[in-house]
Design a protein around this ligand. Sequence first.
Ligand code: TMP
Length: 211
Amino acid sequence: MAGVFISFEGGEGSGKSTQIRLLANWLAGEWPGKVTTTREPGGTHGAEKIRALLVKGDDNAWDSTTEALLMTSARRENITRIIEPALAEGEAVLTDRFYDSTTVYQGIVGGVDPALITMLNGHFLNGLAPDITILLDIDAEVGLGRSQRADNDETRFERRGLAFHQAVRQGFLDLAGAAPDRFIVIDASRNEMAIHEDIISHLKPRLDAFR
Ligand code: TMP
């Protein structure tokens, strides 16, 4: 059994962490192996340190290219220490963000040449790609309103303003449109159980291919 690798993507306040928790609980009764969850940037001790550099503090601290390099460094740690070993054991791995976030935040919206991001992915991620990507799509203003109510200081990207986040939303929708076999696009404006059930109804038939 080769495991299954599922990434969650979406803008600020799209509810990824809640949906990952709900899906992990559901998969625990459904998937024959263990279920592992992780997040990006982060997941490992070292990658969480990189996360703290990226998501807190001054917007000017890094340019988009440096961000892409740091995100890729954190991703490599997450892959080699958590994701690949789990997949090798046949586990279901859920990650809160993966390389589509770099393509959108640093590439499409941040202005880094997408070819450079593709090159970084090709060299440093051991060829790993998500089997399935769940995009939680929500109006940027509604999402920002939700995430600003959450109590945290990880606001470096959040503070970038509505136009930035509208472009992020559109960037993800464009990626999903270009890769319909990999992406499942979910309307994340509804209540959390409605979203969860929608995710399961789309995912269940696709999971059979990985068992
Ligand atoms: P989170 O709020 O979903 O945990 O993600 C942290 C922030 O990092 C979020 O604002 C998006 C940003 N981010 C990027 O800009 N590029 C990336 O590659 C990743 C993984 C996250």
